[in-house]
Each structure stands twice: as C-alpha cells, then as structure tokens.
Design a protein around this ligand. Structure first.
Ligand SMILES: [Zn+2]
Length: 226
C-alpha cells in the first residue's frame, strides 16, 4: 500500500486532486512494468510556483505551469507520468555517470509514451515518438547525433536532451520492435529487478536484454548506444 500525498502553496487544495487524479493507476502500471514495487511507503507530489519539474526519491516537484493543460486535456498528463517513472528509472536504478544519463531520461521518456499507449491508445504513443524523432532531427541538423553513451560535453541543454531523452526513447522503441513486446518487457523487468538500489551503465542494460532474449544485441547497441 502506497500513500499518495499532494502538497502545494501555489494552488488551492481543492484543485489538487483533479490534477493528480491519474497517479494511483499510473503507479500500479509502472510497478507492473518494472516488476518492482514502488520503493517507498509514500509518494508526495508538490505543486510549486514556476515551470520546472524535478523528481526526487519518494516525491516530485511539479511547476504550476503544468496544471492548466492537464485540467483542459487529461491526455496532457505526461509530467506526472515522467516524474513518477523516475522513481524506478533514475532513482531506484541510477545511471553511474552523466554519459549514461539516457538510462534515466531516455528510458523515462519512452515509459511516458508506453503509458500513454496503455491509457489513450496507439496514436498517443506514435505522437510521443514523433516528438522524439523531431528532437533527434534537431541534433542531426546541428551535427550532434551522438551515440547514447557519449562521454563528451554537449554545447547546450537542448542538444543533450535531443540525444539522451529523444534518441534514447527512439532506441527503446527500436529495441521493442526488434524483440517483440513479450521479450522486451521481460527484459526491462530483468534490468530493473537486477539493478534495483544500484548504479548502472549501458552494458548492464545490454546484458539484461541479451540474457532475456538469448540473442547477441551488439550490432543494435553499436548502432545506437556505443
Ligand atoms: Zn526526467
């Protein structure tokens, strides 16, 4: 049993349940996909002033600017899903260095798309992948379509996000298509369970999916990750 809490001094208390309504069902869905229970007794979402969002172990800060789009259109709940997904991918399983940051953000960006597919249908997933494709195209146009595990410095936050968030999500989609849904989701569970409470790198990720599929995935990882 996980207690859900909603805190804010940026909006009236009465507005909070509507904003955060999908949280409970989302949390159960992410638990099923991770194969690991939510790792805390309580999940608190703190609505703040401003337009930023940030995950922390057991809670998330979400800027007031995200409130209105969700009230107008429940499908715009990506920020709730994104910060909640980080409780597994990012916080429970943490990239060991910034060059492996796609394991936090690419996986989470993909999980938002997968969650949208589950809740709103395949078209919602395809829309998220299209956004990711446009992000990667911006990186390519800037001559910065780097491998996911790249140790260099990005010249801007936008380009870092285009690779580690957008290209990372596209790689997850490519891996899913390559392996098929059953093996792909079992691989993600194996990765998450094996490394819960630890730090990870891209080779850990590769090994989990190779063990699950019984296949050599080196060519695919060389193409996208290394
Ligand atoms: Zn994130």
């Amino acid at each position: 049993m996980v207690e859900l809490a909603y805190l804010s001094d940026a909006a009236p208390a009465a507005a909070l349940p509507a904003l955060f309504r999908p949280t409970g069902e989302m949390l159960r869905w992410f638990e099923a996909k991770a194969g690991v229970s939510f790792p805390h007794a309580r999940y608190a979402q703190v609505l703040t002033t401003g337009n930023a969002a940030q995950e922390l172990a057991s809670h998330a800060l979400i800027g007031r600017a995200f409130l209105d789009p969700i009230l107008k259109s429940p499908e715009e709940d990506w920020v709730i899903a994104h910060e909640l997904a980080h409780q597994w991918w990012g916080n429970l399983v943490t990239c060991e260095s910034w060059s492996e940051f796609w394991l936090n953000e690419g996986v989470t960006t993909f999980m938002v798309a997968a969650r949208k597919e589950h809740r709103w249908g395949r078209a919602a997933y395809d829309r998220e992948m299209e956004i990711a494709r446009r992000g990667r195209e911006r990186a390519a146009e800037a001559g910065f379509d780097k491998p996911l595990s790249w140790p260099g410095d990005y010249p801007s936050l936008g380009l870092r996000r285009a690779v580690q968030y957008s290209k990372g999500a596209l790689f997850m989609d490519a891996l899913r298509r390559e392996l098929g849904d059953a093996v792909f989701w079992a691989g993600l569970k194996r990765f998450t369970r094996t490394h819960a409470g630890a730090t990870v790198n891209s080779s850990d990720f590769q090994r989990a999916f190779e063990a699950e599929s019984g296949r050599n995935l080196q060519p695919l990882f060389d193409q996208w990750v290394f």
